[in-house]
Design a protein around this ligand. Structure first.
Ligand SMILES: [Zn+2]
Length: 52
């Protein structure tokens, strides 16, 4: 069972480690959604994590 975060643009970050997953999504936000990257906190991203 893995963890994932789906971005609104269709990008999906996957991983087993929560911190690694958040890092992947933060990098994606910084690259593709710089405005969003500045607006969301690590806690916000943590609340987006889904279990599959
Ligand atoms: Zn995205």
């Amino acid at each position: 069972m893995g963890k994932l975060i789906r971005c609104e643009c269709g990008f999906t970050a996957r991983g087993d480690d929560e911190n690694q997953l958040i890092d992947v999504l933060q990098s994606h936000l910084a690259a593709d959604h710089p405005t969003l990257a500045n607006a969301v906190t690590r806690e916000d991203i943590q609340s987006w994590i889904q279990i599959e």
